[in-house]
Ligand binder design. Structure first.
Ligand code: HEC
Ligand code: HEC
Length: 194
C-alpha cells in the first residue's frame, strides 16, 4: 500500500488509501489491526513505554466496549464530540460526555468515565489543531501519517529522512510547544492505527 507511492508526491494532499473512518465499518480488519500496531510500538520500547501501555490499554478497552457501535476512538471523538466552553459534549445530544456516560452502554466505572473523557477530549483538541494549522496543506492526519511517517527505533520518524517528527515540528507548522505534543500524539496514534 505504501510501496507504490512516489515519495515527494505522496506527502501533500494526496489521498493514499481509502479513508479508514469513512463509509461502512467492516467489523473484520478494523478492530484487529490497530491493536497490532500499538502492540508493536510497545514492543519497540518507546521512551514513553508507560504512556504507550496506557494508550494500548485505553484503545483496547474502547475497541471492545464501545467499538462495536462507534468504531475507533479517535474518529468517533472528532466526528461526534466537541468542546464547548472547555467541556467535552456530544454533538447530537449536547450533553457533557462525563454525564452522558453514566447511563450509557459499555459499563464504565466512574474512574473509567473520567479517563475516557480525558482521552477523547485530547483527541478532539488534536483534530482541531490539525484542522486549523495543517489540513490546508496536508489533508487529513491519517493521510499524512500513512504516506510520510513511520514508527521506528522507538520514535515517530519522517519516513524518508528519518528525522524525528517532534523535532521537525518545532520549526514547521507554527505550533506552540503544547500543540506540538497534541499533534505528535495524534500522528503517533494515526500511525499505530494502520
Ligand atoms: C450498543 C451500542 C453502543 C455501545 C456499546 C456504546 N454506544 Fe455510545 N451511543 C450509541 C448510540 C446509538 C448513540 C446515539 C443515541 C444516544 O443518544 O444514545 C450513542 C451516543 C454516544 C455519545 C453521545 C454522542 C453525541 O453525539 O451526543 C457518546 C459520548 C457515546 N455514545 C460514547 C460511548 C462510549 C465511550 C462507549 C463505550 C464505553 C459507548 N458509547 C458504547 C450506541 C452505543
Ligand atoms: C503551508 C503549507 C504547510 C502547512 C500549513 C504545514 N505543512 Fe507540513 N509540509 C509542507 C510541505 C511543502 C512539506 C514537504 C517539505 C519537504 O519536502 O521538505 C511538509 C512536510 C511535513 C512533514 C514531513 C513529511 C516529509 O515526508 O517530509 C511533516 C511531518 C509535516 N509536514 C507535518 C505538518 C504538521 C503537523 C502541520 C501542522 C502543524 C504542517 N505540517 C503544516 C507544507 C505544510
Amino acid at each position: 500500500m505504501i510501496g507504490d507511492l512516489r515519495p515527494r508526491e505522496a506527502g501533500i494532499r494526496s489521498v493514499t488509501k481509502p479513508d479508514p473512518s469513512a463509509g461502512s465499518r467492516s467489523p473484520s480488519g478494523r478492530r484487529i489491526r490497530p491493536l497490532a500496531g500499538l502492540v508493536l510500538i510497545l514492543l519497540a520500547g518507546a521512551p514513553s513505554a508507560a504512556a504507550q501501555s496506557d494508550g494500548v490499554d485505553y484503545h483496547r478497552r474502547f475497541e471492545s466496549l464501545c467499538g462495536p457501535c462507534h468504531g475507533h476512538s479517535g474518529p468517533f471523538a472528532r466526528h461526534s464530540l466537541e468542546i464547548v466552553n472547555g467541556t467535552l459534549v456530544g454533538r447530537t445530544t449536547g450533553v457533557p460526555v462525563q454525564r452522558f456516560l453514566r447511563r450509557h452502554p459499555g459499563g464504565l466505572t466512574q474512574a473509567d468515565i473520567a479517563r475516557f473523557r480525558d482521552v477523547m477530549h485530547r483527541q478532539v483538541e488534536a483534530g482541531g489543531v490539525f484542522q486549523d494549522r495543517c489540513a490546508i496543506c496536508h489533508g487529513r492526519a491519517v493521510e499524512l501519517a500513512a504516506a510520510n511517517l513511520v514508527f521506528a527505533n522507538g520514535d515517530l520518524l519522517i519516513r524518508y529522512s528519518r528525522v524525528p517528527v517532534r523535532g521537525y515540528l518545532a520549526n514547521h507548522g507554527r505550533l506552540e510547544p503544547r500543540e506540538i505534543e497534541i499533534v505528535h500524539q495524534a500522528l503517533l496514534e494515526a500511525v499505530a492505527r494502520r
